[in-house]
Structure formats: C-alpha cells, structure tokens
Design a protein around this ligand. Sequence first.
Ligand code: A2P
Length: 340
Amino acid sequence: MKKKTAYAVAVVGATGAVGKEMISILEERRFPVDTLQLFASSRSAGTNVSFNGQSMTVMALEENSFAGVDIALFSAGASVSREYASSAVNAGAVVIDNSSAFRMDPDIPLVVPEVNPGHLSRHHGIIANPNCSTIQMVCVLKPLHDVARIKRVVVTTFQSVSGTGSDAMAELLEQCKHLLAFQEVKPIVYPHQIAFNVIPHIEDFLPDGYSKEEMKLVNETKKIMGDDSIRIAATAARVPVYVGHAESVNVETDLKMTPEVVRSTLSEFPGIQVFDDPQRKVYPMPLHVAGTDNVFVGRIREDPSIENGFHLWVVADNLRKGAALNAVQIAEKLIDIPES
Ligand code: A2P
C-alpha cells in the first residue's frame, strides 16, 4: 500500500455493533485518518456519528462509494461484503472484511496480527478478519504451539449476544424486561428465548451435526496457524451476556507443559493477560473484560485424563479484539509494511 501521512478510511456498517467500535478504536488509537466516510444501509442514511469531536453523517452504501478510499473496513455482513468488496478494491482501496465472506478463500489472508502478520503481505486487495471466537483462541494457542506442538483442541464457547449484532442486544434487553414483568416473550433473532437461557446453536447446522460457527473455529484456526494437523472439535453456545465471549479450551500437546510453563508462556505473549488466582476468586469474566483490549486467560490447570494436556478459560471482548480492534490492528500493520 502506498505510504501516506494519513489515509482515506471508510467504515461500512458504521451504525452496527462492530462498526461503532471500529470508529471509536480508530479515534482511540489515533490511526492516521485523513478523511473518514461512514456507510450503512439506506435505513440509517443521515444518522450522525461523532469522530474526533466532529459530527459525521452516515451515507447509504452504493457501488461508487469508494472513490479515493485507501482502507475500507467492512462489517455489514457477508452478503454486503460479497456485493461491495470488489467495488472497493477496483476503486483502489484495501478491504479489511469482518464478515465470513472471504475467510476460507485460499487467496485471501486471514489475519490476527499477533499470530500471523506475515500473511498480510500476500493480500490482493482483501484481508479477512477472523471470527470473534477464533481470534481469542488463536491468540492463546499460538505461543503454546511454538513451545510444544498442539495435537488436539476441544473448545466450548459461551458467546455473548453482541456477536449477533445490535438487534440481538435489543432482544435480550426486551426479553429481560418482559420476563421480569411476568409477560410472555416472543423470540425473533434467536430460535429460542435467550434471556435466562443458554442456546447451543449458533448459525445453521451442517449434516454432521456441527454448526457453521463451530466449523469456523476449526477451519479458521488451522488456516491462521498454518497447520492442518491440529485436530479441533468445537461446541458453540449463545449465552445471555451483552459483551464478552468466554471459552473453555482443552489442549493436548506433544510435549509436557506444566501449568506454570503455560502461565509464563502466555504472560510473555503480546495482547494476552493471565488472570489466574482462583483461590482469591480471580479468573476472567465477560463482565470485567468488556471494554478492554487484551485476551484474558485463567483457570489454567493440568488435564489429568491425558498425558500432556491442560485446560484454559479464555475471555475477550468480542466487539473489540474479536472484531473491530483486530481489524484496526490489521490496518496498522498494513500501513507499516514497506512499499515494494
Ligand atoms: P443499518 O443500521 O442501516 O441497518 P449489526 O451487526 O449491529 O446488526 O450491524 C449491521 C451493520 O450493517 C449496520 O450498520 C447496518 O446498517 C449495516 N448494513 C446492513 N445491511 C446493509 C446494506 N445492505 N448496505 C450497507 N450497510 C448495511
């Protein structure tokens, strides 16, 4: 990408749960923004959003929205990305896409900057941002894999409603209000009531019984880690939490790693914070992690049922490290790559 002192940036999906975070993270991290253009559907055209103390007007996304744009951050769902990413690339922008549209395309890098920054240089205009659950898991698996090769991972996720988007956050709030007033609720976004419930169903099920979300964890992890030999099995569940995904991760390695070695290895990795003192009630929880940038790890303990294995409890803000922050970090790395 051509080096500039500041870049023309566009955010597609600017009114959504992740899009709003993208705008505030660009501001917080002082990304060198020359101009910022905000796009959403025609429903929210004319809405005002604040950026660096200025009120910006959201515009309806169109084919010709990307003239002069250097970096386009997309978070408006896979169908919008499929329809508009090529227009952005043809107009000369690099697209950083938060949807699932291109993640498994072998020609499109899928990047977590702490884990596989080298893949960025292979891009042809589109860089995919991984699924929120995958990002927090690979941040933890990567440093461990570098010490003792990971043979197998069994993960169960506890995913907050913000991962579905702003409609789902509103649905949880509405259902809580109705139930506390002893009124009936009618699920719309989810197949069942989400308030005071846990739903072991995220995205459609495949014929083998796994959900698409579960297979994202399997396939994206292998692609990012660049290692197809890691065996992974996942269960993804939706929980009535607003922000913050938690994961119970069981890891089997080919060499022994004691909990102390796991703890010190993780502590040294950028973006990871070990928060692990259960006797003092110290372990990461979505309630405390929401609004922060690190991936938090606790409950580190040996798995006595296998020779070389351990359990981890991994929590991160799914809107920030799981989506918007990772996308902005990709943009930061991108503008740092020397021009070829
Ligand atoms: P809008 O607010 O106008 O519907 P979330 O994931 O929180 O549901 O947010 C989705 C984001 O994607 C919103 O900003 C939404 O805009 C935007 N979006 C949805 N459909 C389109 C579309 N066809 N074109 C552009 N933006 C879209």
